[in-house]
Design a protein around this ligand. Sequence first.
Ligand SMILES: [Zn+2]
Ligand SMILES: [Zn+2]
Length: 516
Amino acid sequence: MTAFNGGSGRDLPAPKRLYQAIRDAPQPGRHGNEIAQRHHAGSRLTKLSTEVPTRGKRPELAAMPSDSLPPPSEREQPETVTSALTLPKSTSPEGRAKGRPSVRAGSPSRTDALTGVDPLPGHLDRWLASRGAELVGVRRHLHAHPELSGQEFETTALVARELEVAGLSPRVLPKGNGVICDIPGSGESDRVIALRADLDALPLQDIKDVPYRSTVDGACHACGHDVHTTVLLGTGLMLAQLAERGELPGRVRLLFQPSEEVIPSGAPEVIAAGGLKDVSAIFALHCAPQLPVGLLGIRSGPMTAAADMVDITLRGPGGHTARPHLTSDLVHALSRVVVDVPALLDRRVDPRAGVSMVFGAVHAGEAANAIPSVGRARATVRVLNRDAWHEVPGLISKLIDDVVTGTGAQAEVVYHRGVPPVINDRHAAAVVASAAGAALGAERVVEAEISMGGEDFAFYLEQVPGAMMRLGVGVPGAEVLGDIHQAGFDVDERAIGNGVRVMVHTALGALAAPAL
Ligand SMILES: [Zn+2]
Ligand SMILES: [Zn+2]
C-alpha cells in the first residue's frame, strides 16, 4: 500500500529539486563543507538530469553508460566530486574485499567478484559519484527547512517522493509524518533487515552562518537527523539499484520515523504500523561530532542510557520555623529526599547497571522563617541495564516513601517512563564492525563510548536484535568539538557518503549473517 499522495508515482509532479541551489552555495566557516561545494564545479554531477524522472527509472544513472564511469584509480583524486566521499587511501581494494561480508555465498558472480575487483565498493563509488552531491543537497535542504517533532510532513513528502522516483513503494505512517519502505530482495531469502532514521529537528534557534542555515524560526537540525534521513535515503536508493540488478539477497526495510526528540516518541508508532514485522535485525546510526569524519564507532552492549524522569511533591501543614516539632519540616524532608534517595539507590542496584539519579530542580518555600506546606523536586533517572530499568520505578518510589516516612510529610511521586537503554546485540555489533571495516577500512572503526543520553531506537531493540553506530561527523583537527543539541551544531558533510557506505554494507552483511 502506498499512502503517499494516495496513488501511483506516475501522477506525481516533477520532483522539485529545491535543494540544488543550496547545494551549490559556498559555505564559509569551520565545518569544512566547502569540500563538497568545491568539488562540484566541473564534476560529472553537473550533468545530473533535470528532466522529469519517470517512475522506476533513474535518469541520472540511466544516462550514464558504465564505460563512462571513472576507474577506481580516479576515485581518490581530489578533483573529483567524490574524493570527499571515497575510501581512505590506506585501505587497498584487496583489503576491503577480504573484510567485506560475504553476500549471496555460492553465487558464481559474487564469488568471482570477491576474488577479483570487489564490485560493491566500486559500484558504491560510482553511485556516490553520480548522486553524492545530490545527497548533500538533500541534507542542506532538510537543514534549511527543519520540522519539529510530530510535524515532519514536508520531510516525509520529500523522502517518499524520492523513493517513488526510484521505483519503490513508500508507505506513509497514519499521521502523515513518517515512512516505511521495503526494498524487496531478488534472492530466495525471506530475511528482512530494517534500517532506521529519525526525521525531527529541535526547538533551537540556528546560529550558524551558512547558506543552509535554518529558515524556520526556533527550529534547527541540531541533532543531525537531517544527516540520518539523507544517509538512509541514499542507502535506500543505492539498495534499490542493487535489487534491480538482482544483487539484493533479501528484503531491506527503511524506517523513517518521526518524533525521536520527544516523549512519547515516534518509534512505538512505527512498530505499531508494522515496521518490525518479520524483521530479523535493525540498524541505525547517529552523528557523533566527537569522532572525526571518516571514523565509525560501534560497541557491543550498552550504547545509550534509559532516560526517565521523576517528579516528587511533598506536602505538610506548614508553620513557623520556631516550632518545627508542631508541623512537618518540609524543607528538611525534601532535602533528605534529594540527598538520601540517590545514595540509597546506589546501594540497592548492581553498580554495573549504571544507574544515575540526578536532581535538576528543587523548589520549596519563600520566607526564611516560614515552613512551607508544599515542596517539589524533579530528577532524571538514567540506566544502562535493561533489567535494572524495569526495576527502578518501583524501587525509587519505595525509597522515597522510606525516606519521607517519619518526617510527617506526605509524598506524591509521579514517575515518567522515558526510553529504554540502547543495548547493541553482540552479533549485530559484529556485523556493523565488519561492514564498516569493509566500507571505510578496518583502521577507521573504533569502539564507541557509552552515552548517558537517551535514544528511542531502544524501543526497536526491545523487540528485535540490532545495533546503533556512531558516525564520525567532526572536522579532523578541529580545536573546538561541537556537540549535538548545540544551536551551532553542524557536520562535515563527507560523513554522508561514509554513512551510505556503511549502511549499505551493513544491510548486505546482516542479510548474510546466520546469527541474526
Ligand atoms: Zn537529539
Ligand atoms: Zn538524535
